[in-house]
Design a protein around this ligand. Sequence first.
Ligand code: GLU
Length: 486
Amino acid sequence: MTPARTRIAPSPTGYVHIGTMRTALWNLFIARQTGGQYLIRIEDTDRARIVKGSIENLIEVFTPLGLQPDEGPVLVKGKIEYTGEHGPYVQSERLDIYKKYAQQLIDQGDAYYDFATKEQLETIREEKRALKQPMKYDRSQAEFDVAKALARIEAGEVAVIRLKVPEGETVVEDEIMGTVKFNNIEVDDQVLVKSDGFPTYHLAVVVDDHLMKITHMLRGQEWLSSTPKQILLYKMLGWDAPKFAHVPLLLNADGTKLSKRQGDVAVGDYLRRGYLPEALINFVATLGFNPTGDREIYTVEELIEMFDLCKVKRSGAVMNMEKLDWMNNQYIKQLSIEELAKHAEDFVQADASNETVQRALFVERERVNRLDELQEKITSYITEPAYDPSIIIWRKADAADARVQLEGVLALLRDADDTVFGSVENLEKEVKDYIAENELSNGNVLWPLRVSLSGMERSAGPFEYLWVLGKDQGIARIEKALTLIA
Ligand code: GLU
């Protein structure tokens, strides 16, 4: 397999969209499958849309997700640096390069100077709109004579450079969408260089992907309609185009395009709410791509091995948040007590190196979908809960019975040694044997025991609580419950 060079080319316009993460993952998978490289290039030619700090944010979000590029921006001690031999990786630092190719296109007669004003363009757009036709510039203000055009610019007139779309048909062979044909009549004479001298995305993307030796271009489907313009540019510049793969959209549950209003679209928000990177990768990478069809959980290594553009669905992929929650819970449950403590550090206001805290986290991990739910869950272990004593009494029993049962179990626990308190299983065995030997009922004993430990009608089990709290604390809480119902 020839090593692939793939890339994402985000514009620094703020947060990282979940769709960008998926495209980045798939680009990374292809690069890793083939022993190639995955790049990040910053497309900042649209100066008005730039948001400060976007690149730092991108790298900060991508780092825990393993999406740092082989070439492009990396964060070194909190500062952005660029790595790789095909730079600069920021388009605003490549202006001279674009200029050179714009000139070549002008010289070849494949591009022209255009003097249309905003108002003139608006009139054309109106006409097209009335005819229900896509915008296609009519070349009414074009100056094909280069010398004349330059003289007008010299004299102070403002011009852009446009692509001179030839007649005919342009065919996109897309790895996901198949063969897509465009009649050039519908392809607009794209502006390639703006009046301020900055290239537009269309010129810059072609020049950069060629010079950076990109072999596979995966990007969102919204760019498919731009592809004929780019294919024309590749031809005019005498270059081979990379493979194109236009990735289907992500959708809300109701089938509409994923929007901020209906849920989170920023990857950083998912991480901040306590979705584990591994779970998020698993979920996002399998949106619109089903590796085997017989399971849902895949490691990154498996995803890299199994990823196949031929298996990507052409239609949009629905973001099913319940599935993400379920998946995250699966991943959280697999964490060791130490790993969980590490992950929980940012989410709990408790010392995650403390043994009680670690045990509480470990018990409660079964019962949360996200790490940001842990804080509330572990509170009853760390601080003594205040509760209405009436909840200690089981619905099929009374206060007198609750007292007898708690006293019985209290005596048992006072006698129990460290081994018993060493695991949930040992505690369970000790108490259940006692219940069986004395022919008691589970409900009568375990309900008041659990509530006196947790202070809640619904909570983790009594053995889990005893294991987390330890002998002294456990006994103290039962004694307290006894005084409350005395
Ligand atoms: N700069 C474009 C974006 O913001 C990249 C499109 C492409 O990958 O060609 O999505």
